[in-house]
Design a protein around this ligand. Structure first.
Ligand SMILES: *[C@@H]1O[C@H](CO)[C@@H](O)[C@H](O)[C@H]1NC(C)=O
Ligand SMILES: *[C@@H]1O[C@H](CO)[C@@H](O)[C@H](O)[C@H]1NC(C)=O
Ligand SMILES: *[C@@H]1O[C@H](CO)[C@@H](O)[C@H](O)[C@H]1NC(C)=O
Length: 359
């Protein structure tokens, strides 16, 4: 007995709907994973580069000595499938402008829930000669400390990984250059890494003393004498946490991770700021950092947080371009609505052929 055509149609329609919904979901989930990246060229040290002891030691697996050398420039970045295109561009830009690219070691921090072997394989296939390690960051530990900020993208636990580098990286790594994934360098990273931290400073970054520091904290914070007292005897200035040189030895000795967490605990109880991972850094370090030349973080190129307007460079020389803010150059380029300065990011894009799957 044949089914009534209408019921059959209905079933077919339902089946088709379920199928296409599932397919759409699968495509959306798989999208970053199906991105194909080109292989970057190999970059070689110039004559003047310090030789890393143990570099050619055949008895060792090569990784450990290299991973610990004080002669290497150590760079830390986060790695996730959403920003991997930005991370790859950043890595390429660093290698391309370095005099000693073979002496750079990359320390990538990925979420414990991410597929680390996939991220590792993606980096290795584009950079077969890169010295790097992928560390797994247990975001659940920090999740409980995060309170909702005004920009939800800032609430991602991986954003807080920069506060945990001292614990995540091996203790033999004593100094790190932390970099966000939405930037490119157009100068030698060794110059930034060589920043003198003086006798006591833990951290160096470009400072912005013209920014209205008051606005980073709430009235509740400023009207509480016990809380605002933290800035007594300091001249705090805003700094962007997307580019920092950190003395990890001093960080570990001073237990700064705990100091940052303590402010996050306070924020959970009383709202003392609106943004995400930045304010705790300001609370702990502002006024006590070594100021780096502004050329090392020309930030804000992502544009205005609310209207998505394009931003121009600040006056002065440029060593690092940073698309902080809401807009990302790869998104705007793909949408065919780039900001003028996005053209400076495009040469570092390793994505094979955007939308190749759609054609
Ligand atoms: C290299 O050797 C060290 C110990 O000498 C070990 O901890 C590390 O996991 C090894 N790395 C690889 C990639 O095998
Ligand atoms: C993780 O990535 C590897 C390498 O790309 C792949 O073979 C594996 O199936 C992935 N695992 C999961 C759980 O997705
Ligand atoms: C700085 O910001 C605070 C709070 O947002 C505001 O009350 C104050 O007027 C601002 N100061 C200047 C000089 O703009």
């Amino acid at each position: 007995m044949p089914k009534s055509p209408s019921l059959f149609d209905f079933h077919l329609l339902l089946l088709f709907t379920i199928f296409s919904l599932a397919a759409a979901d699968a495509i959306a989930a798989a999208r970053p994973i199906t991105q194909q990246f080109k292989e970057a060229p190999q970059f070689y040290n110039s004559e003047i580069c310090p030789k890393i002891v143990g570099e050619d030691d055949e008895s060792d697996n090569g990784t450990s000595i290299f991973l610990c050398s004080d002669q290497s420039v150590h760079v830390a970045m986060t790695l996730d499938s959403a920003y991997i295109r930005g991370s790859m561009a950043a890595v390429l830009s660093i290698l391309q402008h370095s005099s000693c690219p073979q002496n750079i070691v990359f320390h990538f921090v990925a979420s414990a829930t991410a597929n680390a072997s996939f991220l590792h394989a993606t980096i290795s296939s584009s950079f077969p000669y890169l010295s790097f390690q992928v560390y797994s960051f247990d975001d659940s530990s920090v999740s409980r400390l995060i309170s909702a900020s005004i920009r939800s993208a800032l609430d991602c636990p991986l954003n807080y990984a920069r506060s945990y580098l001292a614990d995540l990286l091996p203790s033999c790594v004593r100094r790190i250059v932390y970099l966000d994934s939405d930037l490119v360098l157009v100068d030698d990273i060794a110059k930034l890494a060589a920043t003198q931290l003086g006798d006591n400073s833990v951290l160096a970054a470009p400072e912005h003393c013209n920014a209205n520091f008051t606005s980073y904290f709430t009235l509740t914070f400023w009207s509480s004498p016990t809380l605002s007292l933290t800035f007594a005897n300091r001249k705090p200035c805003y700094f962007n946490t997307g580019v920092m040189v950190i003395d990890l030895d001093r960080w570990r000795r001073g237990d700064y991770t705990k100091k940052i967490e303590e402010w996050m605990e306070i924020q959970k109880r009383t709202r003392i700021y609106e943004l995400g991972s930045l304010p705790p850094f300001l609370l702990v370090f502002a006024g006590n950092i070594v100021a780096v030349d502004h050329r090392w973080n020309q930030h804000g190129l992502g544009g205005d947080n609310f209207k998505g307007l394009c931003r121009d460079l600040h006056p002065g020389p440029v060593s690092l371009l940073h698309w902080s803010g809401k807009g990302k150059p790869w998104v705007r380029l793909d949408a065919n609505r780039p900001c003028p300065l996005d053209a400076l990011w495009a040469p570092y894009d390793l994505l094979q052929t955007p939308f190749a799957l759609d054609s």
